[in-house]
Design a protein around this ligand. Structure first.
Ligand code: FEO
Length: 170
């Protein structure tokens, strides 16, 4: 059985991951509307990955004798009005998610819940990768996005992203 505080934080994280999926779906819709189908594809896949994260958290609770409780998923509340700013919002959001994962890790450490810490190791690494990718996208857009040809190339690069299931299995 998991520590109550740890279980509560993981349960809340299911909701945050589903919100992330919702947020990135909103980004995908925004870029599709601009005609940037590659960016739309990229965020559509990102949304799928966030749903995967939620499911991993959910299954982890179930595997440890805790019944997950689903809450309302908030409406995406960021105003999307600039293609570079949206990428910066994504970076900020991932930094925020990293802080949430770190909070759960800290709670697990406090009660010597090594199993949860091991489970969270994958998410710690994943967050590092997601922050780096989000940073790279901001940099690329700053460098090349101002010119039509550069934006076209960037869009084509993002169109090439394909979905792959998470490497973590429970
Ligand atoms: Fe599930 Fe992007 O963190």
């Amino acid at each position: 059985m998991l520590d109550q505080k740890v279980a509560k934080l993981i349960n809340e994280q299911i909701n945050k991951e589903l919100y992330s999926a919702y947020l990135y779906l909103d980004f995908s819709i925004y870029y599709e509307d601009l005609g940037l189908d590659g960016f739309a594809n990229w965020y559509n896949i990102q949304a799928q990955e966030e749903r995967d994260h939620a499911m991993l958290m959910l299954q982890y609770l179930q595997n440890n004798g805790v019944k997950p409780v689903l809450d309302t998923v908030a409406k995406p509340d960021k105003e999307l009005k600039d293609k570079l700013e949206v990428l910066k919002l994504a970076l900020e959001h991932e930094q925020y998610v990293t802080s949430l994962i770190n909070d759960i890790y800290e709670a697990a450490l406090a009660v010597k819940d090594y199993r949860t810490m091991q489970f969270l190791d994958w998410f710690v690494k994943e967050q590092g990768e997601e922050e780096k990718t989000a940073e790279d996208l901001v940099k690329k857009m700053e460098l090349f996005g101002g010119d039509a040809k550069g934006l076209y190339m960037l869009n084509s690069e993002m169109a090439a992203r394909t979905y792959s299931a998470p490497s973590l299995t429970l």
